[in-house]
Design a protein around this ligand. Structure first.
Ligand SMILES: N=c1c2ncn([C@@H]3O[C@H](COP(=O)(O)OP(=O)(O)OP(=O)(O)O)[C@@H](O)[C@H]3O)c2ncn1[C@@H]1O[C@H](COP(=O)(O)O)[C@@H](O)[C@H]1O
Length: 146
């Protein structure tokens, strides 16, 4: 009887302890990328991209003499689209020849792309929604289903 109670107590202690996974099982899993990714960073007013997107849309009726974004809107969509093309080319050149300039060129590209989206009445949220819709579907799988 005394022995059975001791066994029961040991069992309860074992249940109360958090489950441990041997480190030898964890490490290879992490290396193979099988552990879940960290939670996504929350977008919102503190995100520089969201702030930029809002600033760009707020320039729609601004003075083209004082606002570069307003001057782009005033020139029209073909000119904005041309700027996106130029910045994309500069980004590609940086990636291949001047990697230290890649982040800066990518910022120019994203900035002009946001202006183009705004001119077409779209925002970063529309791009987010499209990317969310695609989430988890491999490009290979999507292509094969066409
Ligand atoms: N992030 C940017 C940003 N990135 C790049 N640029 C401008 O984009 C322009 C690109 O220069 P280019 O020589 O390629 O183009 P360009 O001078 O128009 O020459 P052309 O194509 O006309 O020949 C430069 O004037 C850069 O300063 C930007 N201008 C503004 N912003 C952001 O937009 C906000 C609003 O800007 P304003 O509308 O000017 O108040 C700013 O507070 C910034 O946060």
């Amino acid at each position: 009887m005394v022995r059975r109670r001791a066994v029961r107590r040991r069992g309860a202690r074992r249940l109360a302890r958090p489950a441990r996974v041997a480190p030898s099982l964890c490490a290879p899993q992490r290396r193979q990328g099988l552990t879940p990714p960290p939670p996504p960073r929350q977008a919102g007013p503190m995100d520089p991209l969201d702030r930029l997107d809002a600033t760009i849309r707020s320039r729609r009726d601004a003075d083209a003499g004082t606002s570069y974004v307003a001057s782009l809107f005033a020139k029209g969509r073909p000119k904005i689209a041309q700027k996106v093309g130029e910045e994309a080319t500069e980004t590609v050149i940086a990636a291949l020849a001047e990697p230290d300039k890649l982040a800066s060129e990518a910022a120019d590209l994203v900035f002009h792309l946001l202006v183009l989206l705004a001119d077409a009445g779209l925002s970063l949220d529309d791009v987010r929604a499209e990317l969310a819709r695609r989430e988890g579907v491999s490009g290979h799988v999507e292509k094969a289903s066409r």
